[in-house]
Write a protein that binds this ligand. Structure first.
Ligand code: PEP
Length: 256
């Protein structure tokens, strides 16, 4: 089950959803649940850029961490509309999601771009959550391990270690679709990623590897119990406190 000694992380990717009001309500609800009894998992919320400051204030020193959904590879300069990693650190972010499939698709981000952003994030003291995952066509062609291996090799910088990097395996065809891979398929991929991390980076045995793609309260415990699954990156279900908390409880049960 999971990986002995690694504390799970349950991360909420709000994507381009929510409002200031919704953010306040959601954080208030999560803090209230946390107040009734902490879980043996780390919790992280990643709201859209405009709400980061308000969510940082609402979190107000709680055990829930704050993250962003992207950053630029440069620390400053003529990059209209972009946000630099040190700015995120200034706002109280501890994490940044990089290379999400929606960014790779909507913004044409290559793995080289993701690696450059990850380097900037690490230099700013942030933990980079580097996303990888195959398309449905790639899985149907039996290429999923090869595709994800290439993404890991090209997206994870040499400076990565367990203190500054998290990997999120998110099969593109499972994101927002209600479809999930079998536990056996998740295990095969996570074991492959673990082996690659051990070969390539310092402390690769301890880097958290999250599963993402249609995680819900009803399937969280089963997915989180899979070998080398060290938590979840949650999209849609992170927008409701009850669902996000239900997933955290599932991860806690699997963590034993
Ligand atoms: C995601 O976007 O990272 C994600 C996993 O989405 P969902 O949980 O909605 O499938």
């Amino acid at each position: 089950m999971t990986t002995p000694g690694i504390r799970p992380l349950v991360a909420g990717n709000w994507k381009m959803n929510g409002s200031l009001g919704m953010a306040g309500t959601l954080i208030g609800d999560l803090k209230a649940r946390l107040g009734q009894g902490a879980l043996p998992v780390d919790l992280l919320v990643c709201p859209p850029f405009p709400y980061l400051g308000a969510v940082a204030a609402a979190l107000g020193g709680s055990a829930i961490s704050l993250g962003a959904q992207d950053c630029h590879a440069a620390n400053s300069g003529a990059h209209t509309g972009d946000v630099a990693a040190p700015m995120l650190a200034d706002l109280g972010c501890g994490y940044v999601i990089l290379g999400h499939s929606e960014r790779r698709t909507d913004h044409g981000e290559s793995s080289a771009t993701v690696a450059a952003k990850a380097k900037a994030a690490l230099a700013a003291g942030l933990t980079a959550i580097v996303c990888v995952g195959e398309t449905e066509a790639q899985r149907n062609a039996g290429e999923e391990l090869k595709v994800v291996e290439k993404q890991i090799v090209e997206s994870v910088p040499a400076e990565a270690n367990a203190g500054n990097t998290v990997i999120a395996y998110e099969p593109v065809w499972a994101i927002g679709t209600g479809k999930t891979p079998t536990s056996a398929d998740v295990e095969a991929m996570h074991r492959h990623i673990r082996a690659l991390l051990k070969q390539r980076v310092t402390g690769g045995a301890e880097i958290r590897i999250l599963y993402g793609g249609s995680v819900k309260p009803g399937n969280a415990a089963e997915l989180m119990a899979v070998a080398e699954v060290n938590g979840a990156l949650v999209g849609g279900a992170s927008l409701k406190a009850e669902d996000f908390w239900g997933i955290a409880e599932g991860a806690a049960r699997s963590a034993g």
